[in-house]
Structure formats: structure tokens, C-alpha cells
Design a protein around this ligand. Structure first.
Ligand code: SAM
Length: 246
């Protein structure tokens, strides 16, 4: 995305994150610290939580029920989740993409993160128990996103991951505007290895080329290293990178 598009997307209101959750106290969590926390304090982005349990109507404030068809665990009820979603849509004018964090979702990628970071924000539904009744996801055309092939106990940590990845791309959040342009995934490759001082540590030295001051050679070495590590560790990324460069 060009700088022009970046500044346009952020010229109005700050990037907005909303978490629909049964555990509002899990937010901002790690996002209240470091650069994201400072940016939150500075109003570069906003974070709101919507307590799904607040929409339960019985005296036990029930939000779940047993799975139709049998099986273990409980399922979050569509009527309760629907009320929480409608509340968010009313408050935000329905402008935020609605995302459900789930292992069944499409894997989160840096490309999708970039698109979301340069949009108005995200509303993220955090599942608990066995997950959410499919009908409410279908009714609201919810995008389903996974943060990896493993199962967490709830969607809150996954939502924090998604928000963290987006927030650090908001202009002004990270120190240097250039630093994320050279990171893993930005050009379809993993990052080259990093070194700092001391130049010798426990008998291990920094590769000579990095101390040479020759920018062309450094660039070439880094590219070579990035290609080698991608080929070795991520055949899926390597295949896509090769196809794109051919
Ligand atoms: N029964 C679900 C399954 O087999 O796919 C797992 C449910 S998990 C115990 C509870 C919640 O954690 C999910 O509804 C989802 O919101 C969240 N979650 C767990 N793993 C996740 C992942 N890899 N990516 C995103 N969200 C995840």
C-alpha cells in the first residue's frame, strides 16, 4: 500500500478496535504496554470491549448451551451473540469488519493484517467453550480467522494477536517508518538473521560483510540469507515467492 493510501486512511478518526468477549478484563492486556500502549494513550487508536454476558436475559446470565447433535462442551448461543454484534454495529455505524477468531478460520497473513490496519479498524468476536453457533456467523457474514494450527482456550489471546499486528502498522506507532518494510513476510520472505554489538561474543563473530559498510553487498547478503531461511523453513512461502518472481 502506498504512503498516500496510508495517510488517507488515517486522516480521519483513529483506528478502532472492539473486542466482543466474555472476559473484558483480558483487554488491553499486552496492548497496554510498550509502543502499542503509548499509542493507545496518545489516541492513535482506540480499544473498547463489549461484554457478551451483558446481553444474557435469564437470572443466571447464560450465554451457552449444549451442542445440537450431542458431543462434548458447550456452544455460544446465537441470540446472545447477535445482540452483542448489533450493539457494536449501532455504536460504530457498522463500519468495522467483523471477525471471529477460530481455528477453523483462514490463516492470518501479513497481507490481511495490512489491509485491516489501513481500514477503519476491527470488531473481533472472541469465542469460548467449543465456539459460536454457526447461524449467527452466517447471518452477519462474519470473516473467520485463525492465528495458527493449534487450539487456544479462548479467542481473546487470538484477538490480541490480530490487534497487535495491526496496531504496529498504524503510522507513528513504531519508531521508524521504514522498519517494518524489511520485516518477515513484507516481500514474501522470512527475515535475514540480525546482529548487533559486541562484534565478537563468546567466540562468535558478526559476518564480515555487515561490518564492511558496503551497502550493495550487505543488501545482497541479506537477500541471500532471507531466501535460504525461507526455502529451508517455509516451503509454502518459498513456492509462492518463486512463482511471483518468475
Ligand atoms: N471447538 C473448537 C475447534 O475445534 O475448532 C475450538 C474451540 S476453542 C477451545 C475456544 C475458542 O478459542 C474458539 O471459539 C476461538 O474463538 C478461540 N481459538 C482457539 N484456537 C484458536 C486459533 N488457533 N485461532 C483463533 N482463535 C482460536
Amino acid at each position: 500500500m502506498s504512503d498516500g493510501a496510508t495517510s488517507k486512511a488515517h486522516s480521519g478518526s483513529p483506528w478502532q478496535a472492539v473486542a466482543l468477549t466474555l472476559f473484558p478484563d483480558m483487554f488491553p492486556g499486552s496492548l497496554g504496554q510498550s509502543l502499542a500502549g503509548q499509542a493507545l494513550e496518545d489516541g492513535r487508536w482506540t480499544l473498547e470491549t463489549v461484554d457478551i454476558r451483558g446481553f444474557a436475559r435469564d437470572k443466571h446470565r447464560t450465554v451457552d448451551d449444549t451442542p445440537c447433535g450431542g458431543g462434548a462442551g458447550m456452544v455460544m448461543r446465537p441470540d446472545i451473540v447477535d445482540l452483542a454484534i448489533r450493539d457494536v454495529q449501532d455504536k460504530t455505524g457498522g463500519k468495522l469488519p467483523l471477525i471471529y477468531m477460530t481455528p477453523r478460520g483462514r490463516p492470518l497473513t501479513q497481507n490481511r493484517v495490512r489491509e485491516l490496519a489501513f481500514g477503519p479498524g476491527v470488531a473481533v468476536l472472541c469465542g469460548r467453550y467449543e465456539g459460536v453457533d454457526q447461524r449467527v456467523l452466517d447471518a452477519h457474514d462474519v470473516e473467520e480467522i485463525s492465528i495458527g494450527d493449534y487450539v487456544l482456550s479462548g479467542g481473546e489471546v487470538a484477538a490480541l494477536v490480530l490487534m497487535d499486528a495491526c496496531v504496529r502498522l498504524i503510522p507513528g506507532v513504531m519508531g521508524s517508518g521504514r522498519s517494518h518494510e524489511e520485516e518477515s513476510f513484507e516481500e514474501g520472505l522470512l527475515e535475514y538473521p540480525l546482529y548487533t554489538r559486541p562484534t565478537e561474543w563468546q567466540g562468535r563473530t558478526v559476518p564480515e560483510v555487515l561490518l564492511s559498510g558496503h551497502h550493495g553487498n550487505i543488501r545482497a547478503w541479506r537477500r541471500e540469507q532471507a531466501e535460504a531461511v525461507t526455502k529451508d523453513r517455509r516451503p509454502d512461502l518459498w513456492k509462492a515467492y518463486k512463482a511471483a518472481s518468475e
